[in-house]
Design a protein around this ligand. Structure first.
Ligand SMILES: Nc1ncnc2c1ncn2[C@@H]1O[C@H](COP(=O)(O)OP(=O)(O)O)[C@@H](O)[C@H]1O
Ligand SMILES: [Mg+2]
Length: 235
């Protein structure tokens, strides 16, 4: 197994003086290729902040994020953008599709942004087939259901075959039945493609067995499920 992610003594402080918030407090863990990892914890505990650090959308105050052995903290802003586009895929709570584009065009967007849009239409079609949307390929993104849009978002997140797909509450806007379908789809794609997923979720029960759970509480990370935060999740 190869190590795709190592988070090393990560701390993130927002604001200063009276407004200072330590959103992450000395967080360290690592993830191997192909693992499905959940980040759980109460509201405001620091989950999105952690995901944003791993996603290179924001820089840590101290500590390092290694992706595929590269210390991303040492990269400049241009290098970070290019690294992010090539090495990371994103799935959000709201699928964030461009409504005027077709399903196929939405999936191809990350390819174009990464500057590698040649001969990728077949791969996009194969991915759409894998997520069960081969018959929706030409539809405009604003003409499909929420569950279908999230399948498109999964395919879009995978098109560059990233080292890690990051998902922030991917089922947060879906009913329970659709949530289960989306969870099962992410897990099956992880197996099929040996694709690493890091998923922030309140939806622990739909995931069943996963490779690792990281619980965040007051900016501190614990490996495994903490009884206290499980109670917070249920409450
Ligand atoms: N850009 C920001 N500026 C100031 N404080 C922030 C910012 N982003 C997050 N925070 C604070 O950091 C803490 C963790 O937030 P967040 O990571 O969004 O939590 P979660 O995703 O677990 O709900 C909260 O106290 C939040 O108010
Ligand atoms: Mg959040």
């Amino acid at each position: 197994m190869s190590r795709v992610l190592e988070v090393n003594h990560l701390t993130k402080i927002f604001g200063d003086g009276d407004t200072e918030v330590k959103a992450l407090d000395d967080v360290s863990f690592s993830i191997e290729q192909g693992q499905v990892v959940l980040i759980v914890g109460g509201s405001g505990s620091g989950k999105s902040t952690l995901l944003n650090m791993i996603g290179l959308l924001d820089r840590p105050t101290t500590g390092n994020v290694f992706i595929d052995g590269i210390n991303t903290t040492t990269l400049n802003d241009d290098q970070i953008s290019s690294f992010r586009n090539k090495k990371l895929g994103f799935i959000f709570q709201f699928s964030n599709l461009l409504s005027d584009l077709s399903v196929l065009e939405n999936i191809l967007l990350p390819r174009q942004i990464a500057g590698t849009n040649t001969a990728s239409e077949k791969e996009a079609r194969d991915l759409l087939k894998a997520v069960g949307l081969e018959d929706q390929i030409k539809k405009r993104a604003n003409k499909i259901s929420g569950g279908q849009a999230q399948r498109v978002a999964i395919a879009r997140g995978l098109i560059n075959r990233p080292s890690i797909v990051l998902a922030d509450e991917p089922t947060g806007n879906l009913d329970s039945v659709t949530s289960q379908i989306i969870v099962d789809l992410m897990k099956s794609m992880a197996k099929k493609l040996n694709q690493t997923f890091v998923i922030v979720t309140h939806d622990r029960q739909h995931f069943g067995n996963v490779d690792k759970i990281i619980t965040i509480k007051d900016g501190k990370a614990f490996e495994g499920e903490q009884p206290s935060s499980t109670m917070e999740l249920i409450a």
